[in-house]
Design a protein around this ligand. Structure first.
Ligand SMILES: Nc1ncnc2c1ncn2[C@@H]1O[C@H](COP(=O)(O)OP(=O)(O)O)[C@@H](O)[C@H]1O
Ligand SMILES: [Mg+2]
Length: 220
């Protein structure tokens, strides 16, 4: 069985890539890690793989470069359709199960859990097929309680294990408590807004991510 975590989020642009890079800093000393972005849309403007490589201070061997890469910055089902292709789940879901790879995977989704990837399937189907527990990146901004609880409910409804939530932005203790209580979920970290966001800033904060090491049960 593949080991690792699938970083998803309540929305696009919430901080999934940044959380994935922080996980690389946090755990590479304990476990050999590999970052993977199975589906990237808008590749010309956004290349999360390159961002994590740099922000996560990654060695080349820590990056899996395979995957679906599409030019238009829209939902995967549309980005694929506009290229005259269909995204097939099967080859993607096999990647972290390759027996030669004795690593823990940090996989990043595209958009949120119910983003369509083809005519029939959503990101949650890819998550189920890959079989890793989810880390949910969420904003601290107003609206996050609803978005986070909806995301947790959708994951659990589909039998996807939830490893915890990382909150990104100016700390809001009331929202944090509500998500933990109503969502019955571990808050793994409170990532501040870094100005600027740099490799050094992220590496410096990384020990505060999952300080109790709860995530090791999914990584080792
Ligand atoms: N903690 C942070 N401090 C400062 N900027 C951040 C932080 N987290 C994310 N960002 C910025 O917010 C934007 C979205 O973050 P990103 O991690 O790419 O989100 P996602 O992967 O969910 O689309 C990016 O421009 C990123 O640089
Ligand atoms: Mg991203």
């Amino acid at each position: 069985m593949a080991r690792g975590l699938f970083v998803t989020g309540t929305d696009t642009n919430v901080g999934k890539t940044t959380v994935a890079a922080a996980l690389m800093h946090r755990y590479r000393g304990r476990v050999p890690l590999r970052y993977w972005k199975p589906i990237q849309t808008g590749i010309e403007a956004d290349d999360d793989t390159a961002t994590v490589e740099s922000l996560g201070g990654c060695h080349e061997r820590e990056i899996e470069r395979d995957g679906v890469r599409l030019p238009r910055p829209v939902s995967p089902h549309l980005a694929a359709r506009w290229q005259g292709m269909t995204i097939d789940l099967e080859p993607l879901s096999a990647v972290p199960h390759q027996p030669a790879h004795d690593v823990a995977w940090i996989v990043e989704g595209a958009g949120g859990v119910l983003v369509p990837i083809n005519e029939r399937e959503t990101m949650s189907d890819l998550m189920s097929a890959i079989g890793l527990a989810a880390v949910v990146a969420a904003r601290t901004a107003l609206g996050t309680i609803n978005h986070t609880l909806l995301t947790l409910e959708a994951l659990r409804h589909r039998g996807i294990s939830v490893a915890g939530v990382v909150l990104v932005g100016a700390r809001d203790d009331d929202a944090r408590a509500a998500i933990a209580d109503y969502g019955r979920v571990a808050i793994l970290g409170d990532m501040p807004h870094f100005a600027p966001l740099t490799t050094t800033a992220l590496a410096g904060w990384a020990p505060a991510l999952d300080p109790d090491g709860q995530l090791l049960r999914w990584l080792t």
